[in-house]
Every structure is written in structure tokens, then in C-alpha cells.
Design a protein around this ligand. Structure first.
Ligand code: ADP
Length: 275
């Protein structure tokens, strides 16, 4: 009889414990939702007036200004633009966190997308004396399906980081078709640099949100630490993988592998036998 009483007590205790766990989990989920909603609202509220600031600075820079005025206007424009980029990152991140990021896949030209990204980043690479090299697999078809905007964002982040964390040498972007898998044709994109590199103990960390290798106090590079967290989530949404190989003081190589529907390797056609 005593056994029976203690059994019932144990079961009651276990049930209460479980109820408490569920309640704690629900509270944590509600807090996470509130955080996402707060970040999304804040970002939106800041972005709208910032777009006004950047837009007006743009218009102002087209008017007749003296050298000093032009310099001030340019600072307003570029600082505003930097803030808009940060806000967009936070907005993207909170969207993904809340599972509200949607992809809009469509046929696009991968080579053109990579070219656009390289053109955008060429001035900062040139300013540092870094060579930007593209190695595009000639057998990779132009007929790929993905969300081009999001893919451009991934590439801009990876190549932008490579340029940012490299002082001399090169940044090599490579796109290769490596075969067929269930959903489509597998494409490997790699961004290799001869930059500062990442120590083994930090290689997992860099994909975390708000994470940077250097501590805030001795930071040499600007950034929110959201770029790679966003990049990793976009690639995951696309059903792909991202990886990193790096050696401190030698350089890094970030790689992305994606199975893109609609991708077809254009095998060179053998010349038709003459009739
Ligand atoms: P951010 O660039 O805004 O700091 P990211 O999420 O893009 O944020 O990168 C996180 C951190 O990973 C960077 O601050 C840097 O310490 C490290 N990192 C990213 N890319 C490279 C690279 N190519 N070479 C060296 N370190 C890198």
C-alpha cells in the first residue's frame, strides 16, 4: 500500500514537472516572438525616415555645391546608406527568425548575377590593391532557377567579407557544376581569399548571429555580425549547404553547394557527321 502511495506521488510530481516545462517553453517562445516583432517594427520605423535622409542627400548632391558642401552631403548619404544596410540586415534576420522569409524562385543567369556582385565590389578591391578573379565553369548552364535577389545577397556577403578581411593578394570566386542530385543540378560556389583567416576555434562561431571574431573593444573592422548568419539561413532555405575552410594568416574559403532546379549542364554537342 505504501508503494502504491509513493508511486502515485511520483507520477503526480512527474506530471507537475512536465507541465512546468511546457509552460516555460511557451513563455520562451512568446518572448522570442515578441523579440522578432519588436526588431521588425523598429527596423521598419527607422528605415522609412532613413530612406528620406538618403534620398534627399542624393538629390542635394546633384545640385550646385561647393567642395565642402559636396563632401558633407556625401558623408550624409554614405552614413545613411550604411545605416539602411544594417537595418535591412536586422529586418531580414528577424523575418527569418520568425520563419517569415519567403523565397521567390525564378529563372536567372548565375554568371550575370556574379558579375553584378563583382562589379559592385570592384572599387573597394581596387582601392586595396586586391585582385578579384572569376572562374566560371563554361559548362554551367544559364538556365537555373533560384531566388536571384537572395543569391545575390549571399554572394555580396561572402565576396564583401573576403575583400574586407584581405589586405593583399586576391579574392577568387568560382562557380562549378558538379552533377545531378534529386532536386536539381548541383552547383558549387566558392569564395577564396588570401586574407587574415579564421582560427579553428572560431570557425563555427562566425555563422552565429551578431558574432565577430574580434571583440567589440579592439575591433578593426566594421559590421553587424549578421551577414553570415543571414547567409547561412538563406542557403538552408534553398536546401543547400555552406562550409568554411580557413587557416589563420593564410586565408579563407567559404563554399556553398546548391541543388538548383532547372539547372542543366550544357554538354558540348559533337559535330554532326557530314552527310
Ligand atoms: P560582419 O562582416 O558584419 O562582421 P559576418 O556575419 O559577415 O559579419 O561575419 C562574421 C565574422 O566572421 C566577421 O566579423 C569576421 O570576424 C569573420 N569573417 C567572415 N568572413 C571572413 C573572411 N573572409 N576572412 C576572415 N574572417 C572572416
Amino acid at each position: 500500500n505504501g508503494d502504491y502511495v509513493s508511486l502515485v506521488r511520483n507520477i503526480t510530481e512527474a506530471l507537475r514537472y512536465q507541465a512546468e516545462l511546457i509552460e516555460a517553453q511557451e513563455r520562451a517562445e512568446a518572448a522570442a516572438r515578441a523579440k522578432s516583432a519588436f526588431l521588425a517594427n523598429m527596423s521598419h520605423e527607422i528605415r522609412t525616415p532613413m530612406n528620406g535622409v538618403v534620398g534627399m542627400a542624393d538629390l542635394l548632391s546633384e545640385t550646385d555645391l561647393d567642395r565642402e558642401q559636396a563632401m558633407f552631403t556625401d558623408t550624409i548619404r554614405s552614413s545613411g546608406q550604411a545605416l539602411v544596410t544594417i537595418i535591412n540586415d536586422i529586418l531580414d534576420f528577424s523575418k527569418m527568425d520568425a520563419g517569415r522569409m519567403e523565397l521567390h524562385p525564378e529563372p536567372f543567369d548565375l554568371e550575370k548575377t556574379i558579375h553584378e556582385v563583382l562589379t559592385l565590389l570592384a572599387p573597394s578591391a581596387r582601392a586595396k590593391g586586391i585582385e578579384l578573379i572569376l572562374d566560371y565553369d563554361m559548362f554551367l548552364t544559364r538556365d537555373l532557377v533560384a531566388d536571384p535577389g537572395r543569391l545575390r545577397q549571399v554572394l555580396t556577403n561572402l565576396v564583401g567579407n573576403a575583400v574586407k578581411f584581405t589586405d593583399s593578394g586576391y579574392v577568387l570566386v568560382r562557380a562549378v557544376g558538379v552533377g545531378v542530385s534529386g532536386d536539381g543540378h548541383v552547383v558549387h560556389l566558392t569564395v577564396e581569399d588570401t586574407g587574415i583567416g579564421i582560427a579553428p576555434e572560431n570557425q563555427e562561431r562566425v555563422f552565429g548571429e551578431f558574432r565577430q571574431v574580434e571583440e567589440a573593444a579592439n575591433r578593426r573592422f566594421e559590421g553587424t555580425g549578421l551577414g553570415l548568419a543571414i547567409t547561412q539561413r538563406i542557403i538552408a532555405l534553398m536546401g543547400g549547404k555552406i562550409w568554411l575552410e580557413s587557416e589563420l594568416g593564410v586565408g579563407s574559403c567559404f563554399g556553398v553547394s546548391l541543388a538548383l532546379p532547372g539547372a542543366e549542364r550544357m554538354v558540348p554537342q559533337p559535330a554532326l557527321p557530314k552527310a
